[in-house]
Structure formats: C-alpha cells, structure tokens
Design a protein around this ligand. Structure first.
Ligand code: KG4
Ligand code: ZN
Length: 320
C-alpha cells in the first residue's frame, strides 16, 4: 500500500511517500523558518502564506523522488491537528481536494501521535523500532507539546501526562531568547552546551512527583534571574548556563519517561518531536535505559522535526 502523506501544521510544508507503513520512499520538506527568525518565533500569518506557495511543488517533488505518479498512490494521509489553524488549512484543503479529484481515500492523522510513529519508519541505515515491540511508552518532545503516552497499538494512545505550561522545545526557544542566541533555540543550545560541560550552575528540576505531567516554566525563569544577577560578572558564561538549563530539562524527561516504563512494565520507549534531536537527551536516555532494561528508539534526524513520512506511516494504521 502506497500512501502519500501531507503535513502543514506549522512552518514546514512536507510531503512523503511511504509503502506499507514503514518504507520511506521520499521525504520532501520546505520550511519558512528563515522568514520567522528576525521575529524570534513563528508568525502564523507568514507561515500560512508560505504553505500556500510551497504545497504544490512539495507534493509533486515527493512523487518524483519516490519515482511514482499520482495514479500509483493508494491512499492520501494528511495532518488534521494540532497546529496553526491557517497552516493546517492549507494542507488539509489541498489533500481533501486531491483525494476528491483522484477518487482516493483520505485519512486525517493526529500530528503528535505521528511524531512517535517516526521511530517505526525505515530510512537508510537508522535502526527503527519493529512493529512487534509494542506495547510501548512514547515521549513526545516538540516545540508545542511535551507528553507521555502509553500504547499497545497505533489506534489507542493513552495520555499519561503532558506539560502544564511550556513545552520542552518552547523552553529551549525562550531560554535562547533570554541569552540572545537566536531562533530556534534547541539546536544552538545543544551546540553551545557542549562548551559548558561541568558547569557549576544548577537549575531546579520540576519532577512533579506522583504525576506524569511536566513543567518547564520554572527552569526558564531561573535562567532569566540567573542572567540578571550574574551577567556583568567576568565569569558569566552563556555556554555554562546553556549546559545547566539543558541538563535540568533532559534529567526531568529521562526520569519521567523511564518511570512510566517501570510502572507500566514496558520495555520499549519511543521518542519523537524536535527535541528528540537533542544530543544530551539521546545520550542520557540511552545510558539510563540500558541500566533498567528498556530499549529506546529515536527517529532518524531527518524525521525528528515536522515531516510527512510520519503522517503517511501512521495513516497506514488508521485507514479503514
Ligand atoms: O517537532 P517540531 O519540529 O515542531 C513542533 O511540532 O512543535 O519541534 C521544533 C522544536 C523547537 O522548539 C526547537 O527549538 C526544538 O524542536 N529543537 C531542539 C533541537 N532541535 C530542534 N531542541 C533541543 N535540541 C535540539 N537539538
Ligand atoms: Zn511537530
């Protein structure tokens, strides 16, 4: 079964062809990120206008790269929600029109659950999570969401907990703004933190014991107060602040995800979303999971950020 996936929830316009829910034949992504950088965050109006400009080309290119024509496609899958309304509407309208015009079935897929599905896709040499590894716990860490799920199949995801304030990626972006590091903050903090290893700074970790919920606004505020107090000192180092902030966030994510695995007696953990690209998270989670007999899967880097392969992949399991 060949599924054409379409994703347009935020600033990426993406299309992909995935065969039988696992083989990624093409994965094309256009982004308006550069247009937003001067503003320090995504401007929804600009994002949706760019979506309109990109969508036809991206879909066409995904077919070319997969060496297929529209007639070879069996099903179309598209991101339904959540996301920016204007951006979502572009992909949804395009997919609905395409499905109607070509008389193909259309599946509308949840963006957040699809982020977890990226771990099950085959792309190059990357080690993927076999479908038979379920049940699993899923940790979604993106710019807009931080949630823990438990699932036994791809139709029934149970939310264990989610963020009470800032999402993990949002906290990276806001801290980068506090430190004048530009947007998006995740990649730059990830890089800079490597120069601040062994930082003596310690920021609080909101473990919210007894709950699977997350809270990252406290650590963000601690960074702000730390900067205001120490900025003028010669020893002030953005790298050390970045390292300490990243450590706090990563430790919370690792502790809570592995606690969920332990309590649910599950030995597979899948991680998805933009923050799944974070090198410190990958390292610590792999290290700690090994100690407790949990196998952790991350998507390949190309499928951590928003993409349509994850939409086509999950769409395979959601088709009627
Ligand atoms: O999943 P995504 O593309 O968008 C949403 O669906 O929200 O994630 C984007 C987020 C941004 O907040 C960005 O700063 C963060 O992912 N991010 C990272 C890294 N790369 C991207 N955060 C930490 N470390 C990274 N290496
Ligand atoms: Zn996303």
């Amino acid at each position: 079964m060949k599924i054409l996936g379409i994703e347009s929830s935020c600033d990426e316009t993406a299309a992909a062809v995935v065969v039988n829910g696992v083989e990624v034949r093409s994965n094309v992504i256009a982004s308006s990120l550069k247009d937003h950088q001067a503003f320090g965050g995504i401007i929804p109006e600009i994002a949706s206008r760019r979506q309109i400009e990109f969508i036809s080309w991206v879909v066409g290119e995904s077919l070319v790269k997969a060496n297929m024509a529209l007639k070879d496609i069996d099903v179309i899958a598209v991101t339904k929600s959540p996301g920016l309304l204007g951006s979502l509407l572009v992909g949804l309208s395009f997919a609905r029109a395409l499905a109607r015009a070509t008389n193909k079935p259309l599946i509308e897929v949840d963006h957040i659950k699809a982020h977890l599905y990226a771990c099950f896709l085959r792309l190059g040499e990357h080690s993927y999570c076999p479908l038979k590894s379920l049940p699993a716990v899923g940790l979604v860490v993106s710019g807009g969401h931080t949630s823990l799920y438990a699932f036994e199949d791809f139709k029934s995801f149970k939310v264990l907990g989610s963020t009470r304030d800032d999402a993990a990626g949002e906290a990276f972006d806001k801290v980068a703004r506090i430190l004048d590091l530009g947007y998006p903050g995740g990649p730059v903090i990830d890089r800079l933190a490597k120069e601040g290893v062994n930082s003596e700074i310690e920021f609080p970790q909101a473990l919210l014991k007894g709950s699977y919920d997350f809270s990252f606004s406290g650590v963000k505020t601690s960074v702000l107060y730390y900067k205001q107090k120490h900025e003028q000192e010669s020893s002030f180092s953005k790298a050390k602040v970045a390292y300490a902030f990243q450590s706090s966030v990563v430790k919370v994510l690792v502790t809570k995800a592995l606690e969920a695995c332990r309590r649910r007696k599950v030995s597979t953990l899948v991680v998805g979303g933009g923050v799944a690209a974070n090198s410190a998270l990958r390292l610590l989670l792999q290290e700690q999971a090994l100690k407790v007999g949990v196998k952790v899967y991350f998507p390949p880097m190309a499928l951590c950020l928003d993409n349509a392969a994850m939409i086509a992949g999950l769409g395979f399991h959601w088709r009627r």
